[in-house]
Design a protein around this ligand. Structure first.
Ligand code: AHG
Ligand code: MN
Ligand code: MN
Ligand code: MN
Length: 337
């Protein structure tokens, strides 16, 4: 018969990462798999809290501000605490950097491992109370040979990350991950409590039809950004203008860009001199995933992953997405300079 039975051979995230590590042979120790297991657990824990936030008084403000001067939401604080606790307990980390913590966390010897994790525990805070998609972003470095784990182990270009990913808490919960060998997407089967491979080898279409900018900041934008946006909104005759989509959660906007193509941008402007997005735990992981999926990620004037960070909370302009779209934007900058 042509009726298909349900699969009895599902590929979980853990199985998939282990399989990739087996292929690497002697180098793989299983440590990265265990660290990724801890991260998966945090995503499941955050996801379940996000789903019931409205029911258990988890919406609204926590009553304090973070180092960037943003008012913290209760879910920002809860997600941060979930991640710090789990990553420390994994025994696989040495240094943690969180959007919500002013200083890097240096893990005590008892729990120390060889990885450093930089993360945005809850991305899209402004969307929480409306039930709109939010997420978690993370990037992973390995400590330098001989290092005991200091902040210098995370003040390194994004190109040196060994893995990066995000989890999106949306109509489904999706974890998207790269360990430097392409990008794969997994969907949480809540009944099983496992992330199942649903989007193998994600590749961004080389050109898209969507642009994703907060155009409410137009009054502050610099000229190259105006020129680029005009070129896609008022194209040469015969071509269709691009559609606008802007959620205001980087995770959701980047997720759509990876799957559908197009360009996501958060430029520097006259008001935000370095842009808004944070280099270590927003720009780097998303740039890493974008490049691994065949796209381009730039500040407009240079590759994001090449930036040498000087402080853990620094910001940077971000344009990422389909190769041809982002290259058009880069050309607009070149023509202007
Ligand atoms: P976070 O909620 O982690 O502070 O990040 C918010 C970021 C990012 O998610 C999004 O792309 C951007 O801020 C939206 O900013 P605007 O509201 O200025 O458009
Ligand atoms: Mn924030
Ligand atoms: Mn964020
Ligand atoms: Mn955040």
């Amino acid at each position: 018969s042509n009726e298909e039975l349900p699969s009895t051979d599902i590929i979980t995230l853990t199985r998939h990462v282990l399989a990739q590590q087996f292929q690497l042979g002697a180098i793989a120790t299983g440590d990265l798999t265990l660290l990724l297991n801890a991260i998966q657990t945090t995503s499941k824990f955050i996801a379940t809290n996000v789903r019931k936030a409205r029911l258990i008084n988890l919406v609204g403000l926590a009553g304090q501000s973070n180092v960037q001067g943003e008012e913290q939401k209760k879910l920002d604080v809860l997600s941060n605490d979930i991640m710090v606790n789990s990553l420390r307990a994994s025994g696989k980390t040495a240094v943690l950097v969180s959007e919500e913590l002013e200083e890097a966390v240096i893990i005590e010897d008892k729990y120390k491992g060889k990885y450093c994790v930089v993360f945005d525990p809850l991305d899209g805070s402004s969307n929480i109370d409306a039930g709109v998609n939010i997420g978690t972003i993370f990037g992973i470095y390995q400590i330098a040979p001989g290092s005991k784990g200091t902040v210098s182990d995370v003040l390194r270009p994004g190109s040196e990350m060994v893995a990066a990913g995000y989890t999106m808490y949306g109509s489904s919960c999706n974890l998207v991950l790269s360990t430097g060998n392409g990008v794969n997407g997994y969907t949480l089967d809540a009944a099983l409590g496992e992330f199942i491979l649903t989007h193998p080898d994600i590749k961004i279409p080389p050109r898209g039809k969507i642009y994703s900018f907060n155009e409410g900041n137009s009054a502050y934008f610099h000229q190259p950004v105006h020129n680029y946006l005009n070129s896609i909104k008022y194209p040469a005759s015969g071509k269709s203008p691009y559609s606008a989509r802007y959620i205001g959660s980087m995770v959701a906007d980047v997720h759509r860009t990876l799957l559908y193509g197009g360009i996501f941008g958060y430029p520097d402007d006259k008001k935000s001199k370095s842009g808004k997005l944070r280099l270590l735990y927003e720009a780097f992981p998303m740039a890493y995933l974008t490049e691994q999926a065949g796209g381009v990620a730039t500040t407009g004037r240079g590759r994001i992953l090449d930036i040498q960070p000087t402080s853990i909370h620094q910001r940077c302009p971000v344009f990422l997405g389909s190769r041809d779209d982002v290259n058009d934007l880069i050309k607009t900058y070149e023509e202007f300079d």
